[in-house]
Design a protein around this ligand. Structure first.
Ligand SMILES: [Fe+2]
Length: 324
């Protein structure tokens, strides 16, 4: 195995001797190591500058290392940081609680420093691969925003869609995986518009049949563009199906009802709402109540998922209260 690149490691240990031993050893391996004595101090350091790896003792006085781990693993911004819990070999209870809290590994006390070195290297390597994936997603998310930037009338559309879709997914009880896919799809749903010429995309008025057919390819093109990125597997169906309608009159696959992925049914409602509320060269922005009336009428005619729309209407006052 190649030597790991220098990483930022946080050691949370209230016993100064053990803390210093770990700090010294990890620093000697070339890592930037910081030691703190409590979970409280750890959180104060982690939130502004997340480290690459956290080693934490269980009993810290106050919040335990297991509780600290659970806090980190529940925070979407921090949950990819590997957390290692330091336990006595025989402490099965701490191991079970640590596993339930999402710990990535355990080190038994007293430490075998060679084993520690090897396992730290493995965890840092995984973390570095995850970071690379995160950067790839960042690039593609930025690409989604550059497409939005081609059309000055859609400023802020991606951010609003991401926020509304995640909140709506949350209200409907979707799991954290789908919430993440909804966030990314907020930025990527119209990625396929890269292939639509400005003359069609920015045409100030109704499209003719040929232009409409071309425009309607954007979900297919977008889905194809993300096909090779495995980390976007769950985002692809939302991109492909965000213009399907419950009665099968949508595109590109004319899917019906529950055959349309839930993420796409959620994205459809927030996308149409945002389009209605946005000014275009040929129309003024619609007030909230009028936009909801349109969505209700379209739902009655079979376009949108009534359960999704009901949840959106219930959520709207909270969403709009924080709108810039
Ligand atoms: Fe679209």
């Amino acid at each position: 195995m190649t030597a790991p690149a220098p990483a930022r490691i946080l050691v949370v240990e209230d016993d100064p001797e053990v803390r210093e031993l770990l700090e010294e050893h990890l620093t000697a391996l070339g890592h930037q190591t910081v030691g703190v004595a409590s979970a409280h101090d750890a959180l104060a350091m982690i939130e502004p500058a997340p480290p690459d790896l956290i080693l934490t003792d269980v009993n810290l006085g106050g919040m335990t290392g297991v509780e600290l781990c659970a806090r980190i693993k529940l925070d979407p911004r921090l949950q990819l940081i590997p957390v290692v819990i330091l336990t006595a070999v025989a402490d099965l209870d701490a191991r079970v609680a640590g596993l339930a809290a999402g710990a990535d590994d355990f080190f038994a006390k007293p430490f075998n420093l060679l084993e520690l070195e090897t396992r730290v290297a493995v965890l840092l390597r995984v973390k570095s691969l995850v970071d690379q994936l995160d950067r790839a997603e960042g690039v593609i998310t930025s690409l989604g925003m550059t497409i939005e930037a081609r059309d000055p009338y859609t400023a802020g559309h991606c951010q609003r869609l991401a926020r509304h879709a995640v909140a709506l997914g949350n209200a409907l009880g979707v799991d954290s995986g789908l919430q993440r896919h909804l966030m990314l799809a907020g930025f990527l749903h119209d990625l396929g518009k890269v292939a639509i010429p400005d003359a069609v995309l920015l045409k100030p008025g109704p499209l003719d049949a040929g232009e409409l057919a071309r425009m309607r390819l954007h979900p297919v093109i977008g889905a194809e563009l993300v096909q090779t990125l495995r980390s976007l597997d769950g985002v692809q169906p939302i991109i492909r199906h965000h213009h399907e309608r419950m009665d099968g009159s949508g595109y590109p696959d004319r899917l019906e009802g529950a055959a349309i992925p839930l993420g796409a049914r959620i994205m459809a409602v927030v996308d149409v709402y945002d389009a209605l509320r946005t000014a275009r060269p040929y129309k003024s922005p619609m007030p909230h109540a009028a936009a909801i009336d349109v969505l209700r009428r379209e739902t009655d005619k079979g376009a949108w998922d009534p359960r999704v729309l009901a949840a959106f209407i219930a959520l709207a006052p909270d969403l709009l209260a924080v709108e810039p």
